[in-house]
Design a protein around this ligand. Structure first.
Ligand code: ADP
Length: 277
């Protein structure tokens, strides 16, 4: 993976381009691989909704690898503007020159552009996303006067976490209705155990206990916790345990503390942890 820092406010990971490829493990949860492939074949954009750490980014990276496409990943944030996506004029020793942003590169190369947490981005980004996400498949570059037709393999993929949304940060229906929607959740117990084992090499018994614990914590969600234990956190915990750390300490720093700032809640999580470790 190459990280290109084209400017201070956007970090872009251009994967699968010129670097040696390593096969990324992805455990399918339902029929999302086939759905994504159909959407790709039909040149349709895809929207993935799901909680943090449930495998959205891994899935997109896996699909880019499977389809042999360059992948441009952009982690959206509230200062991200359309210019961060399409590009901007820069000043160099030879004077001013234009530098394509990640979206423009993907459009020209026929790659996949993945906008993670797209609802965080500034609203002006919809101006460039709409004509790309419908049957026009064009990208107007206002600053250069260019109108780029997306290369045949270009695919726009966006994701967001519906749980984070508030009144001001929802995705507009006119944007949402341009995408094929996939809903992700945390994997079923056996699949999640499998993921933990494959990602960390832990014994099945430990993976089983971590998933049981996560499920107990997930049942607390509506009452006590804003967020529940993600697959990502379970993987962190499994990795720390294999390095020899005490399981209770691991669960405190990998699960309880990342899930809550409230000391009472952290203590309650630890009470649940003690049932399993
Ligand atoms: P998200 O983008 O939804 O926040 P990620 O894709 O970054 O989450 O997933 C977090 C981690 O969980 C990944 O790095 C990977 O180790 C693991 N993971 C989650 N789901 C899967 C899956 N289905 N197959 C393989 N690994 C997964």
């Amino acid at each position: 993976m190459t990280t290109l820092n084209l400017n201070a406010s956007v970090a872009i990971a251009a994967d699968n381009t010129d670097q040696a490829k390593t096969s990324l493990f992805y455990q399918e949860q339902d029929n999302e691989v086939a759905l994504f492939e159909y959407a790709y074949n039909q040149q349709l954009p895809v929207l993935i909704k799901g909680p943090t750490g449930c495998g959205k980014t891994r899935f997109v990276a896996h699909m880019a690898e499977k389809l042999n496409k360059p992948l441009y990943t952009v982690a959206c944030h509230d200062d991200l503007t359309a210019a961060d996506l399409v590009g901007r004029h820069l000043v160099g020793p030879q004077g001013t020159y234009w530098q394509d942003g990640p979206l423009t590169r993907a459009v020209r190369e026929g790659g996949i552009c993945y906008l993670d947490e797209v609802v965080e981005a500034r609203k002006d980004t919809t101006v460039v996303l709409h004509p790309l996400a419908d049957d026009r498949r064009i990208l107007p570059l206002e600053r250069t006067g260019e109108l780029i037709e997306a290369a045949p393999g270009f695919m726009l993929v966006v994701s967001y976490n519906p749980g984070y949304q508030n009144l001001f940060k929802g995705m507009k229906p006119s944007t949402r209705q341009r995408f094929i929607g996939l809903r992700f959740g945390y994997p079923e117990s056996e699949i999640e155990q499998d993921i933990i084992i494959k990602e960390t090499g832990v014994e099945p018994n430990l993976a089983f206990k971590l998933v049981e614990l996560a499920q107990a914590l997930r049942r607390l969600e509506d009452n006590d916790l804003e967020e529940v234990a993600s697959t990502r956190l379970l993987i962190y915990a499994a990795k720390m345990m294999t390095s020899g750390m005490n399981p209770l300490d691991v669960c405190r720093c990998c699960l309880a503390e990342p899930l809550s700032d409230d000391i009472q809640t952290v203590n309650s999580i630890m009470e649940v942890v003690k049932i399993y470790f």
